[in-house]
Every structure is written in C-alpha cells, then in structure tokens.
Design a protein around this ligand. Structure first.
Ligand SMILES: C[S@@+](CC[C@H](N)C(=O)[O-])C[C@H]1O[C@@H](n2cnc3c(N)ncnc32)[C@H](O)[C@@H]1O
Length: 288
C-alpha cells in the first residue's frame, strides 16, 4: 500500500479529492453522481434483478441500485478489498437496511458466483486497476444470464492531456527528457492505468462474447486556475493505494534532485495560470 494512502476506502473518501478546492470537490461529486446515473439508466434495473456491482468501493453504484429496487431485489456489493465491504456494511447497518443485498469478497478475475446468475453487472473505474483486461471482462460475461447487461464506465487515461502539453519548454529544465519519459510511462503495456483505450475495450468485449457491445467515448474539456499546492498534490498522490504516484514513476528514470526540481518548476510555471485539460472516458453498454 502507498505510504500516504492506507486503503481503498481512504483513497475514495480523501485522496481522490486531494488538491481540489471546495468548489472542485463539489463538482467532482456531482460528476460522479451523473456517471453513476448513466450507468444505472443503461442497466435498466428491474425491481427483482440480481445486480452485481463489481469493485463497489464505498458503494457509489450499489447503494443507488438498492434504492431503485427499494430493497426488493438483490444487489451484490462485491470488491476484492475487505475494507470496502466493511465500509458499505457499516452504512447499510446504520441505515437499517436488512434485506435486498449481499456482500461478496472477490476479484473481478474470479467472481465468486456460478455462471449465468446475474441480470445486471455494473462497474465504475475498476478495469483501470486491472492489468489483464480480457480475463476480467470474460469473467463478467460468465456470470451474466443470457440477455443480461454489463454497463460500466472507465477512464481512458492514456488519451488525457499530458504534463508536457501544458508546459513551456523555456521554463522547464530537461523538458524533452520529461516529455519522452511521460510518453514512455503512458505506453507501458504492463501498467493497468494506461494499457487500454476504447478500441481495446471493444475488442475485449467482443472476444468475451458480448453481441454488438456499445463503447461510447466521451471527451470532457475543462478549464481552471491552478491553485497553490495543487501541482504538488498531482505529483505525490497515488492513483490508487497500490500504485506509484507520478513522482514515484518519474523517480524510476531520474534522480531525486532532478524530479524535485522538475516538480518545483512545474509548480512555479502553472500556479495561477488557467489551464485547459481534456479527459477521456468510455461508457460500456453490452448485452450477453
Ligand atoms: C476507483 S475505485 C471505484 C469504486 C467504485 N466503483 C466507485 O465508482 O466509487 C476502484 C475499486 O475497484 C476495486 N478493485 C481494484 N482491483 C480490483 C479487482 N481486481 N477486482 C475487484 N475489485 C477491484 C477497488 O477495491 C476499488 O474499490
């Protein structure tokens, strides 16, 4: 686990908002709810469906599905990390919910359910943490009933704006070296965060057996003023509790003083500036 993030629950509640202003946190929260709602609308959840939330985390999708079913169906909160399931259970108990759900500890690569048992499988930002996407997607296919739906959202990080695109070479020592390394990091086939895009996901779904899977690419453009400390947070906050931060990634290529100097120069150059970024993601809507 990362030194500055104990587990997934902490990452989801705290680290993912690191460096954001209160307005940005509010915006991120509203965006998460909007993504959740698109996934659940695609899933066309019926009152008595068995709904599997894969990599449920703190229950973003599962709790809403439970509410949509009025606790009359069966929502399976599944995650490979116990802290996530414990956190969801605490909320369920506190809310007095006693039926309509199950908790299931398993990785997406080995879902602990018999084949053809689930009406809907929903998921947000989980494949991005799985190195080998094909076995994971094939496993989702296995547990779905015939006619069942797999609806999900995944960020396509390799297509996002890169640091070097928003920097000025005149203000950054070794700009070309950092640009090359950043591109190399994004091209690493063993890095779950960036070893896929909309085309590979489409192919994974087809190989798994999904008929005419829909993979919709969404590009979001945003613009904001970089606040003090924001840049440092981008560098030191890990993208998950188990993966290295951007700073740690750069340290595999450069020595400590070089990375520190780069971070400082990026911070000096960007703080107070308005930056425009593009972030990419896909919505998956597939039927078995
Ligand atoms: C970015 S979080 C998303 C959590 C939740 N779906 C949400 O949208 O808020 C990724 C989640 O995937 C889970 N996870 C990571 N690798 C997994 C795997 N191989 N199998 C199942 N869950 C996994 C983590 O424990 C974490 O809860």
């Amino acid at each position: 686990m990362s030194e500055i993030c104990e587990n997934w629950t902490q990452w989801l509640k705290k680290n993912r908002f690191a460096g954001q202003t209160p307005e940005m946190i509010e915006q991120t929260t509203r965006w998460l709810e909007a993504v959740r709602d698109v996934i659940l609308v695609y899933a066309e959840i019926q009152p008595h469906d068995t709904v599997l939330d894969i990599g449920c985390g703190t229950g973003l999708l599962a709790f809403k599905a439970l509410e949509m079913q009025n606790c009359e169906g069966n929502v399976i909160f599944s995650d490979m990390f116990q802290d996530c399931l414990d956190d969801c259970k605490k909320i369920l108990d506190k809310s007095g919910v006693t039926k309509g759900y199950e908790l299931l500890k398993c990785p997406i690569e080995h879902i602990a359910l018999p084949m053809s048992t689930v009406h809907k499988a929903v998921m947000r930002s989980v494949l991005v943490h799985v190195v080998n996407k094909q076995p994971a997607i094939s496993e989702v296919y296995r547990v779905l009933k015939s006619g069942g739906k797999f609806c999900a959202f995944e960020p396509i990080i390799r297509s996002n704006t890169r640091y070097w695109e928003i920097l000025d070479p005149a203000h950054i020592d070794k700009y070309e070296d950092f640009k090359r390394v950043e591109n190399e990091i994004m091209d690493n086939p063993l890095d779950s965060l960036c070893n896929f895009d909309e085309k590979t996901i489409q192919m994974n779904l087809e190989i798994a057996g999904f008929s005419v899977p829909e993979v919709k690419l969404q590009e979001v453009k945003s613009s904001y003023v970089v606040q003090p400390n924001m840049v440092r947070e981008w560098f030191v906050n890990p993208p998950s509790p188990t993966q290295p931060s951007t700073k740690e990634r750069f340290l595999k290529y450069f020595d400590f003083p070089t990375v520190e100097k780069f971070m400082l120069q990026v911070e000096e150059y960007l703080t107070g500036r308005t930056i425009s970024l593009k972030t990419n993601a896909v919505f998956i809507n597939a039927t078995k």
